[in-house]
Design a binder for this molecule. Structure first.
Ligand code: NAP
Length: 351
């Protein structure tokens, strides 16, 4: 049980990221003082939207430089904060050459670094960690083994490894380490967010977030001749940001929170957008048969094991804990997908 003093500054790590930017925007709208960490203060186009937020909110957002791999780099930003949102962690499914260096080290060392700093910072009362549904399950076929065919917060991902689904592995080891470190002290508590696949409009013009990149590739025709029959739990980025804030300020918040609106296939996502835009975008209309995908998997950046264990399985998520404990609001997914498409059009990415 923690009551956070709303007059103290609030820290958000990875401030320039897709989810963190919305957390910061909502905190500023609610009148809080916010500190954000970014890897580099000198890369201006990545920071443009944060600089605009500072201007629009009377300078209540202050930016600091910090790297997940540099011990002590979060100290200055955390000093005097009671509430810390630790969102920074690499989020990449594809194009990873060295999973240890690109995913596991920054996720795990980042949690160690940020929580050690929380340990050394007497003001800290609560850390809200952005983990993932990827720390709950690895392959979608695991849904077949769940009671009631639903993933819940009781489940831990036991199937991912450095060689198979390394992003999911990075989130799993990082969350486990966070619980381990939180359990060794009494001053601050840990509340964990486990979002499914987050979609919806971006506040920045960055397209390097996996969430933005996915919808952009769908709209640009990457899957026009056929989409893999893959299913993700989908949830709106604005609802995820509000869920983090609820987790930060609900005194009795505790434990893990699976955050998901509904499970959808690539084709179902495409159908929602097509219903609004007709044939304006080269969206997929059919599935790639699983045996064909098995055959060509390495050519499209997938492993045969991934195809075997994920294609054709619809994971289902129990979000009742987030509704009951945090009163999270989930907007209709149609709004999420259409707002994201509209943002990408407006920002000129689909010309
Ligand atoms: P994002 O836009 O790619 O943000 C990732 C953030 O991590 C960026 O701010 C990035 O900093 C920061 N980061 C990466 N490596 C770093 C390092 N070595 N030192 C400091 N910062 C580093 O992705 P996102 O979707 O907002 O993800 C935020 C969090 O949500 C991650 O923990 C991710 O695992 C989790 N999550 C995301 C989803 C989703 O669908 N989007 C779902 C579940 C969980 P730069 O700005 O400098 O690049």
């Amino acid at each position: 049980m923690q009551v956070i003093d709303g007059a103290k500054p609030i820290l958000v790590t990875g401030a320039g990221g897709y989810i963190a930017s919305w957390i910061i925007e909502f905190l500023l709208e609610k009148g809080y003082l916010v500190r954000g960490t970014v890897r580099s203060l000198s890369v201006n186009d990545r920071l443009a939207h944060l600089e605009a937020m500072t201007k629009n909110h009377d300078g209540r957002l202050e930016l600091f430089e910090a790297d997940l791999l540099k011990h002590g780099s979060f100290s200055k930003a955390m000093d005097g904060c009671e509430l810390v949102f630790h969102t920074a962690s690499p989020f990449k499914f594809q194009g990873v050459k060295d999973p240890q260096k690109e995913l596991i080290d920054p996720a795990l060392e980042g949690v160690r670094n940020v929580l050690l700093t929380a340990e050394e910072t007497p003001s800290v009362r609560r850390v809200v960690l952005t983990s993932s549904a990827a720390a709950i399950y690895g392959d979608a076929r695991e849904i077949e083994d769940q009671p009631n065919r639903m993933f819940t917060e009781h489940v831990w991902n036991l199937s991912s490894s450095i060689d198979h689904q390394p992003y999911s592995y990075s989130k799993t080891v990082a969350e486990r380490e966070a619980w381990n470190m939180a359990g060794q002290q009494m001053r601050w508590d840990l509340v964990v967010m486990n979002p499914a696949f987050v979609l919806g409009p971006s506040l920045s013009r960055r397209t390097d977030s996996t969430s933005t990149g996915f919808i952009l590739s769908l709209l640009k025709g990457t899957f026009k001749s056929g989409a893999p029959d893959l299913y993700y739990g989908v949830v709106d980025v604005r609802d995820i940001a509000q869920a983090h804030i609820l987790a930060g300020f609900t005194p009795a918040a505790s434990g893990r929170h699976l955050l998901c609106n509904q499970s959808m296939s690539f084709l179902e996502i495409a159908q929602v957008i097509r219903a609004e835009y007709g044939d304006r975008f080269p969206l997929p209309k059919r599935k790639i048969p699983k045996p064909l995908l098995q055959l060509i998997a390495p050519m499209v950046g997938l492993t045969r094991k991934y195809v075997k264990n994920n294609v054709g399985y619809r994971p289902v998520f129990d979000n009742s804990r987030s509704l009951e404990k945090l009163h999270v609001f989930y907007r209709p997914i149609r709004e999420t997908l259409l707002d994201q498409t509209a943002q990408l059009i407006q920002d000129g990415f689909l010309d």
